[in-house]
Design a protein around this ligand. Sequence first.
Ligand SMILES: NC(=O)c1ccc[n+]([C@@H]2O[C@H](COP(=O)([O-])OP(=O)(O)OC[C@H]3O[C@@H](n4cnc5c(N)ncnc54)[C@H](O)[C@@H]3O)[C@@H](O)[C@H]2O)c1
Ligand SMILES: [Zn+2]
Length: 352
Amino acid sequence: MKKSINITFGTSALQNLKTELTAKQYSSVFILVDTNTKKHCLDHFLNQCPISVTAILSMAEGEENKNLRTCEELWNDLSINGADRNSVLINLGGGVVTDLGGFVACTFKRGIDFYNIPTTLLSMVDASVGGKTGIDLGALKNQIGIIREPEGVIVTSEWLQTLPFEELRSGFAEMLKHGLIANPNYWNTLSKIKELSPHALEPYIKPSIEEKTKVVLEDPNEKGLRKILNFGHTLGHAIESYYLTHPTKPRLLHGEAIAVGMVLEAFLSIHCSSLSSTTAQKIKEIFQTFYPKVTLTTEDQVAILDLLRHDKKNKGGRINFVLLKAIGEPDVDVEVPQELFAKAFEFYQSTP
Ligand SMILES: NC(=O)c1ccc[n+]([C@@H]2O[C@H](COP(=O)([O-])OP(=O)(O)OC[C@H]3O[C@@H](n4cnc5c(N)ncnc54)[C@H](O)[C@@H]3O)[C@@H](O)[C@H]2O)c1
Ligand SMILES: [Zn+2]
């Protein structure tokens, strides 16, 4: 991975992209959008960055399309439109478009340049930083992929105007996570936000990206430090998968699931690390001001814990957690006794 990450901010960065692309003398320029970003973002992008485009490539929106079939269609589209090794792909979309588009670019003719223009809050503060590209293999998320930094990432908050509120709130959970694992001041500031809106969140996007960038630059291949980014994700992923595979359950977005996961793991941190119960309680209260409580029956909890035990990331039957010693002080590779899980759910369900 490159030792620096080329992330630029604001409308001016979008406008400068034209100069950068011209200077690089690409043989052809492709833009990848999904159904929603084609509708909401493409015209604005082309107004700000009036480049001559060889073809607009489009995919259906949604995680269920982050797969090999879509890649094959896009490789074909590139091929039919004469893409060569000196072509460039601009991924304009959320994490699905940037993950999949990045992978398509990394593999087409053994790799062409690509740029990411994240259009969801989650993709701005998370998916666009760290060079992970990839696709799902059946139900298994992100099983196939490559770590490679894009030529550039351009972050501007203007896209958030058309983003559904739930998607905005989902991305906000990753920002709260960055505060919890790395920066108490940032956590305090975010926890005081009164109303989640693009305008209110805009000033905090860059600091969140900076927190993730610091971690990723130190540990690009997830050998150690990068694990801290998984806070809330061990239980959060199990809850997310449970909701996804359960037809009677409502839709639960990634950030909504990890918001639950972070409260549960804050509780585990009291018992298996040195987090004070007052701080864990405070963490729970903050999450509950932003996220409606998810009702998890005993049956749900059993099924979620079953998924947790079968998580492929467990090593030798051990489930390792990233917990908190204090806000801003993560504790990695902590093993949690299984009898604590039921108590963690109780803590989550109880009113403050
Ligand atoms: N590479 C990484 O390090 C990394 C990190 C976190 C997440 N991810 C991946 O990111 C994906 C989730 O990203 P996401 O939450 O952005 O999902 P997403 O790309 O599916 O976007 C969410 C929804 O918002 C729509 N949308 C996007 N921009 C919009 C806009 N400006 N206005 C209106 N609608 C818009 C999309 O079409 C989609 O329906 C997952 O596949 C996850 O695995 C990757
Ligand atoms: Zn996440």
